[in-house]
Design a protein around this ligand. Structure first.
Ligand SMILES: C[S@@+](CC[C@H](N)C(=O)[O-])C[C@H]1O[C@@H](n2cnc3c(N)ncnc32)[C@H](O)[C@@H]1O
Length: 386
């Protein structure tokens, strides 16, 4: 596909999203109906779509509207691209700009547009991040790094890097965690690489790895909100751990047996009605459902879909998960809470509310991880019974 045809495809997908489809759904539907598109084309189209959605508000302002075409014009304008060479109407490229489209609208000077955040969220966002609010909002408009976790049960970091480099996947150590690497070149070759196939490396955000690396000791560990099992797999890499995984929605864990087999890890999955009979656990991790605000670079449509009402539902759910999970912790054990959110209402406020409800618990560790070039925004706190 030509550069223009890729932009035209992105416009089509953005219009599908405007009609109510989620980004992944619209991308999949487009890919199925566009068999001519190779993997590089699909990746480029995806990048266009996500670049636009991350900056949707400023793109709409600079493009003069919210249609896929207007958003794409706005995003290319913001990136300083030469729009006329892409919108030239040749082949499958978008039609040339109309006279109206060539007039660049004035950029509004409000915070919500500059930070590409919904207005209703600004007070909580600034309360949560203080002096780092602007840097975080701007970081959320960039592409996320692609990070790997070396599976130390199968390879050391140097061996994994060398093996990946042989196949054109170049990496750099990521300071957030001992086994974390950032891909600097060749990310698209990863899934076909030997190191990936043989379970030497897993795709995992480095901040997520840092959360696992900091977990307190304890032999029997329950990953209570296991989802796809990214953290359970990382915990299973640590010495002297026996790992159990649970999720209220067991379908989320459906790939876990295959992932564990590839990693050479043993993880026991527990259905909700089987958790209590396997308790107590020395460590219970609640990687709670959240707004995902620390990972909006990877799922930018979630930034625009979140509402105040949904945020309230999430904080209530976070409280109830902690209340259930604490009953599963052995005497002398620990409860670890984590979110990939940067919002105080989902983080420090939930821990404070838990400690108000449970006077016999203390916070023993707390850490916030920024959204930056190393990893996503995360929060984690450890709680112990006194
Ligand atoms: C942030 S995701 C987990 C991500 C996962 N730990 C990882 O590292 O890949 C949160 C998970 O919590 C699950 N969940 C939601 N409500 C729950 C509940 N009441 N009890 C347990 N899990 C719940 C969701 O189904 C979702 O898979």
């Amino acid at each position: 596909m030509t550069p223009g045809a890729r932009v035209a495809a992105a416009i089509e997908i953005l219009d599908m999203m405007a009609a109510g489809q989620a980004a992944e759904q619209a991308l999949t539907r487009w890919a199925r109906s566009s068999r001519f598109a190779g993997s590089k084309d699909r990746a480029a189209v995806r990048d266009h779509v996500f670049d636009v959605v991350r900056t949707r508000r400023s793109a709409a302002a600079l493009g003069g509207g919210t249609s896929g075409r207007a958003l794409m014009i706005g995003a290319l304008r913001e990136a300083g691209a030469d729009i006329e060479t892409v919108f030239d109407g040749q082949g499958h490229a978008p039609a040339p700009l109309t006279a109206e489209e060539t007039t660049v609208p004035a950029m509004p000077d409000d915070l919500g547009t500059a930070w590409n955040l919904p207005d209703w969220l600004l007070p909580e966002f600034t309360r949560s991040l203080g002096e780092t609010a602007e840097a975080t909002a701007r970081a959320l408009q960039e592409r996320a790094p692609v990070s790997l976790r070396v599976n130390l049960r199968k390879a050391d970091v140097a061996a994994a890097r060398a093996d990946l480099a042989d196949e054109g996947v170049m990496t750099a150590p990521n300071p957030l965690a001992a086994a974390a690497l950032t891909i600097t070149q060749g990310a698209r070759r990863l899934r076909n690489s030997r190191a990936y196939r043989d379970g030497w490396v897993e795709l995992q955000d480095a901040a997520s790895q840092a959360v696992v690396e900091a977990l307190p000791p304890g032999r029997r560990v329950l990953d209570y909100c296991a989802g796809g099992g990214g953290k359970a797999l990382a915990i299973a890499m640590q010495d002297a751990r026996e790992v159990f995984a649970h999720d209220i929605d067991p379908r989320r864990m459906q790939d876990l047996p295959a992932r564990a087999a590839r990693a050479g890890a043993r993880i026991t999955q527990l259905a909700t009605d089987a958790v209590a009979s396997h308790a107590p656990f020395d460590l219970v991790l609640c990687d709670a459902p959240c707004s995902g605000s620390g990972s909006w670079r990877r799922a930018p449509d979630a930034k625009w879909a979140l509402t105040g009402e949904r945020l309230n539902e999430l904080t209530a759910l976070q409280d109830s998960i902690l209340t259930t999970a604490m009953t599963l912790v052995a005497p002398g054990g620990a409860l670890a809470y984590a979110t990939c959110s940067v919002l105080t209402c989902e983080n420090e406020d939930r821990i404070a509310a838990f400690l108000r409800r449970n006077a016999n618990w203390r916070q023993s560790h707390v850490r916030r991880l920024d959204v930056d070039s190393q990893g996503d925004g995360f929060f984690t706190a450890h709680l112990t019974r006194v």
